[in-house]
Design a protein around this ligand. Structure first.
Ligand code: GLA
Length: 391
């Protein structure tokens, strides 16, 4: 769907045909939350919903970008990218010189540090819900990185492009996020999750077996919005850095569950609980991959639930709507459920028997209504292919 929409917008913007179209999916994280910037482990999937960029080169060095997020096309000269993003992180967004969505595509072009051989016309359309914790931002970054990699012959690997996306997000947009979203979006494969070691950046594509076993992944988007360039996300990251410093290790990745007794003696209560979440979550990711391989997908539910409890009680990034979605899905028979993504709102996921999917959706909607919450947006996500060229 986003392919046709991007092509149509491209023609409206430029009056010509695009040279190609590149797309990348949103993502849902199965397990491993806030571990990425601690150089730990994550285990996400790419989802079916995608963002597409229809792109053609221009002679004049100007980069024009338009999207279905914004009715007005935005025009920016390439010569301006350095001054747009070279200042304090996120300054171009903060001072309103570009709308926030445009900082993602332009930020990727800037972060690639390729002397742009040409200008670009770019039209972006997306099926990834925004603000739902499904990484609509990484999907934009992937579509643009794929386009410039091919059109400018940059020869980048998927992980190189993931690093560029993360840099755009950190330095151009000003969100202090890790590399999980980009890696999971760009490297996705049908019915597989990506096991990523965020220190070595080594990846393994792990067969989930969900399709074979009749299991579905339900997203329960609470529609409580979140933004990672503000507030809680950065505070959690700072707590992790403080915890690592006080424990005398470079990163929380360097601690194991055997270090937790010492951490409890050394750290204040809040920092200890932040550290305990990261350390136990890293172990849960490893256990999930092992359990999947040895016992199959129905055996991972307890790990997903333990992850949610740790985020709720130790990392304190859940909200009542997420807790209700998780509890209700479990009551309705889900194998496992947890909030996914950065937290403070956004979505939870549940792994459910396919024949229980509709009943679970009804139960969660009813529970939200009873609690007086806004109606959640619920839909199935299917582990899908990553970044690619579609035209
Ligand atoms: C957001 C960030 C990711 C990751 C998750 C939490 O999605 O963009 O880098 O830190 O939160 O796991």
């Amino acid at each position: 769907m986003s392919l046709e929409a991007a092509e149509t917008l491209f023609r409206e913007l430029t009056g010509r045909e695009p040279e190609g179209a590149w797309s990348a999916p949103g993502r849902a994280n199965l397990i491993g939350e806030h571990t990425d910037y601690n150089e730990g482990f994550v285990f996400p999937i790419a989802i079916e919903q995608r963002t597409t960029a229809a792109v053609a080169r221009r002679e004049d060095g100007v980069i024009r970008v338009a999207s279905t997020f914004d009715p007005e096309p935005v025009e920016v000269a390439v010569a301006d990218l350095a001054s747009l993003f070279g200042g304090p992180a996120g300054s171009a967004v903060a001072n309103g010189s570009v709308p926030e969505w445009a900082a993602y595509p332009l930020g990727v072009v800037w972060a690639a540090e390729a002397p742009p051989p040409t200008g670009l016309d770019i039209a972006i359309a997306s099926d990834v819900p925004i603000g739902a914790g499904l990484s609509s931002s990484a999907a934009i970054e992937g579509a643009i990185a794929g386009a410039i990699n091919d059109l400018w012959g940059l020869g980048l690997s998927l992980i190189d492009m993931a690093k560029i996306g993360r840099r755009a997000e950190n330095e151009a947009v000003g969100a202090p996020t890790g590399i999980m979203d980009q890696a999971s979006s760009f490297l996705g494969r049908p019915d597989h999750a990506t096991f990523l070691d965020c220190r070595s950046l080594e990846t393994q594509s792990v067969d989930l077996g969900f399709a074979r076993e009749g299991l579905a992944i339900l997203v329960m988007d609470t529609r409580v919005t979140h933004a990672h360039s503000t507030g809680g996300y950065g505070e959690r990251r700072a707590s992790c850095e403080l915890g690592a410093r006080m424990m005398g290790v470079p990163m929380l990745r360097d601690l194991t569950v055997d270090d937790l007794a010492r951490a409890e003696e050394t750290l204040d209560d809040v920092t200890f609980r932040r550290v305990r979440h990261i350390v136990t979550e890293n172990q849960r990711v490893l256990d999930t991959v092992d359990t999947l391989r040895s016992e199959g997908p129905r055996a991972i539910g307890g790990l997903l639930v333990a992850s949610h409890v740790s985020m709720r009680d130790d990392f304190e990034i859940s909200v009542p709507e997420l807790d209700l979605a998780v509890a209700t899905a479990l009551d309705a028979g889900a194998i496992g459920a947890r909030m996914t993504g950065g937290g403070f709102g956004g979505a939870a996921i549940a792994v459910v028997e396919r024949d229980r999917l509709d009943d679970t959706i009804v139960a969660v909607a009813a529970a939200f209504e009873k609690a007086g919450y806004v109606e959640p947006r619920q839909f199935e996500v299917v582990p899908s292919r990553g970044l690619g060229r579609d035209l």
